[in-house]
Write a protein that binds this ligand. Structure first.
Ligand SMILES: Cc1cc2nc3c(=O)[nH]c(=O)nc-3n(C[C@H](O)[C@H](O)[C@H](O)COP(=O)(O)O)c2cc1C
Length: 278
């Protein structure tokens, strides 16, 4: 079975601008924040902290930092933030937690201080009883941070979930890690482990990667390269290029003959090259 690889914007920025990729190993690189009504989101936050180990601080209840969220978020290079969903009949502010109090007030004052900060969201919900609105509030949490210029990481596959619809789903991806402590609790630990590994692979621990502009040539690619795909670090000879699309819409194609990587935008109108493998 072939494994597709995902290249995300931080990795692209580093490959483009920085010859030596720096890996951040300082303590507390990531701050974990959550809201909760009945405790499940807090428990998930604790699992995430444990999985990151010394790189993570928290978890911190959003209620405890109201009035100083800017100051608290600024302490970390990256944020992992979580919320439950409570059905109120409204479209927004349905976390049932302190997040609802700050989304459209205190958090709106954080622009531009959050610009470029790496953020990943997670959310709890009940995918059976609320299958049409599974973890809707996680989508809002994502959208608020994204609207403040954050670099969003940690999108996940919707495979294996029981829901019918969710405002956290965009295309065939969730905008973060979704958990269901009511119907699929036995999957929580593995889902957390896999997600934290994916976040590390996406560069959540890499310092200085945020807010760097891409240097993109807007010229249409003139040469159609017969490209190989690198999967799990191994080169697969002469296979068709089937790779995943990054959040910026660029797909990496490694060419072993020229030892260079061509990044092509999904719209096919822009591309750029970097030396070596992605
Ligand atoms: C009254 C009520 C409304 C709920 N509404 C939703 C909903 O709209 N969507 C959803 O996915 N889960 C919904 N849930 C499930 C909760 O989100 C779920 O139990 C979650 O784990 C609670 O997280 P917390 O313990 O951190 O507050 C609802 C639960 C209750 C009791």
């Amino acid at each position: 079975m072939r494994t597709a690889i995902i290249f995300l914007p931080t990795a692209i920025a580093f490959t483009t601008r920085c010859p030596h990729r720096a890996t951040h190993t300082a303590l507390n690189a990531i701050g974990i924040f959550y809201g909760t009504s009945t405790g499940s989101t807090e428990e998930a936050a604790q699992l995430i902290v444990a999985e990151f180990g010394e790189d993570a601080a928290g978890p911190f209840d959003i209620d405890s930092i109201q009035g100083k969220v800017g100051e608290e978020f600024a302490k970390y290079e990256a944020l992992v933030v979580g919320t439950p969903t409570w059905n109120t009949g409204a479209d927004t502010e349905r976390s049932g937690t302190g997040w609802d109090e700050i989304y459209y007030s205190e958090m709106q004052t954080l622009n531009p201080s959050l610009e470029g900060k790496k953020v990943a969201v997670f959310g709890l919900g009940d995918s059976v009883s609320y299958s049409e609105n599974y973890a809707d509030a996680t989508g809002e949490l994502h959208d608020v941070f994204e609207s403040l210029g954050c670099k969003m990481l940690g999108y996940t596959s919707t495979e294996g979930y029981l829901h019918d619809a969710s405002k956290s789903q965009r295309g065939d991806k969730f905008v973060g890690l979704l958990l269901d402590a009511v119907n699929q609790e036995e999957l929580t630990e593995d889902r957390v482990k896999n997600w934290v590994s994916a976040l590390k692979a996406e560069g959540i621990l890499e310092s200085g990667g945020s807010g760097m502009a891409l240097e993109v040539s807007m010229a249409e690619p003139k040469v159609k390269v017969d490209m190989d795909v690198v999967a799990n670090g191994e080169q697969k000879a002469s296979q068709p290029a089937v790779v995943s699309v990054s959040q910026t819409g660029f797909v990496a194609h490694y060419n072993s003959r020229t030892d260079s990587t061509m990044w092509i935008n999904v719209d096919g109108k822009s591309s750029f090259f970097t030396n070596g493998k992605p």
